[in-house]
Write a protein that binds this ligand. Structure first.
Ligand SMILES: *Cc1c(COP(=O)(O)O)cnc(C)c1O
Length: 389
């Protein structure tokens, strides 16, 4: 048995040690930690639905109707009318023939790749893809080929070099740590020329972009023919928990039959599915949330521009400020914390070496004055720590 302490100590020395904070109330733009309130810019609850009273009421109602635990896997007796109705509503929302729920986005990605690819096949992935997509390729035993970030020419070059087996092309719709968007139209054209499946992980696009928040594919006018496999998560803009995969009936049936992360796990609590139905309805009806979010993004970017803050190119609620070294990113995050603002420093290996950052995320529940306070505080902290603006 190896001694675990030295590696932990080394992490600490390299400023890569992760700690957790315990939030003492609902997820919102103001959170309480150790009795003190902070203005928070780090959640993926982009539309402010995670603690919406109607969603909370639906969770309670769901628990009264269905109890708490689902008691079994979907294929045994864990699949309830609540799950079933949600699947139908999600399919309709993303304009795909069918959808199937998974317990988490991580598990959905593992399930998709394992069901569609195996030894002898090839999985092509953007360098900046989410860890779960990379892990999915490894677990599938297919050969993993990575292509340059958002570079459809590089993808095509690599597809041309490949031969035999199934091809899968995997990409985030909106990249989780940078907030930039994948060129899905180009990627889908390349994938279809080479008979490859295109799998889009729209964890950060769903609910936020496209008409009525239908996601990245809808924003770029791409249907099920261009994006045959779409994965969406429910724990981010939708505000609850879980994930789904949408596509045609054969794809969905294949996942139900073969995805091991679907078959061999307990179905999520039905009350969560019930609450998600309510959140999905709100998300469509309350389009002002998306409009408000866009206005706040614009306000933040204009303000950052005026101050000369080097924020990355991003039109989404993910607005990273690349700092570079993990110790400096951590120091700035701690300074902000001392001034009542919560933004976590994201460090390697979550992001590439030398690109530690503040991952600032905005929510429709933020107020304009929150954005102004954020800009002022970030500017002050960066100056103090010698990050030239
Ligand atoms: C959050 C995230 C996931 C994982 O989803 P969970 O439901 O949290 O497991 C997958 N892909 C991307 C791009 C994500 O940002």
């Amino acid at each position: 048995m190896k001694d675990l302490a030295p590696e932990l100590a080394q992490r600490r020395e390299r400023h890569l040690y992760r700690t957790r904070i315990a939030i003492e109330g609902p997820q919102d733009t103001i959170v309480t930690i150790d009795g003190r309130s902070y203005l928070a810019f780090c959640s993926n609850d982009y539309l402010g639905l995670a603690s919406h009273p109607a969603v909370v009421a639906a969770l309670r109602e769901g628990a009264e109707r269905f109890g708490v635990g689902s008691g079994a896997a979907h294929l045994v007796s864990g699949h309830t009318a609540a799950h079933h109705a949600l699947e139908e509503e999600l399919a309709e929302f993303v304009q795909r023939p069918r959808a199937v729920l998974f317990s988490t986005g991580y598990m959905a990605n593992l399930g998709i790749v394992q069901a569609l690819a195996g030894r002898g096949d090839r999985v092509f992935e953007d360098y900046a893809n989410h860890a779960s997509l990379l892990d999915a390729a490894q677990l599938s035993r297919a050969k993993l080929v990575r292509y340059r970030h958002k570079d459809s020419f590089d993808l095509e070059k690599r597809l041309l070099q490949a031969s035999g087996g199934e091809y899968l092309v995997l990409t985030d719709g909106i990249f989780s740590m940078d907030g930039d968007q994948a060129p899905l139209d180009e990627l889908s054209a390349v994938a279809s020329r080479h008979g490859a499946w295109l799998v889009v992980d729209d964890a950060h696009g769903l609910g936020v972009c496209g008409p009525d928040g239908r996601g990245s594919a809808a924003q770029q006018g791409l249907g099920v023919e261009q994006v045959p496999v779409m994965m969406g998560t429910l724990g981010k803009a939708i505000g609850t928990f879980g994930a789904f995969v949408a596509g045609d009936a054969d794809l969905v049936e294949t996942l139900i039959q073969q995805a091991r992360t679907y078959v061999y796990t307990t179905a999520p609590p039905p009350a969560v599915a019930w609450a998600t139905r309510r959140a999905l309805k709100l998300l469509v009806e309350e389009s002002w949330r998306r409009e408000r979010l866009q206005a706040l993004i614009q306000r933040f970017r204009d303000g950052a521009d005026d101050l000369g803050l080097p924020v990355s190119e991003s039109a989404t609620p993910i607005q990273p400020l690349i700092i570079g070294s993990p110790d400096r990113a951590l120091a700035i995050s701690e300074d902000l914390r001392a001034s009542g603002i919560l933004i976590t420093a994201i460090r390697p290996p979550t992001v590439p070496e030398g690109s530690a950052r503040l991952r600032i995320t905005l929510s429709a529940n933020h107020r304009e004055e929150d954005i102004d306070r954020l800009l002022e505080a970030v500017f002050g902290a960066c100056q103090q720590r010698g990050l030239s603006a």
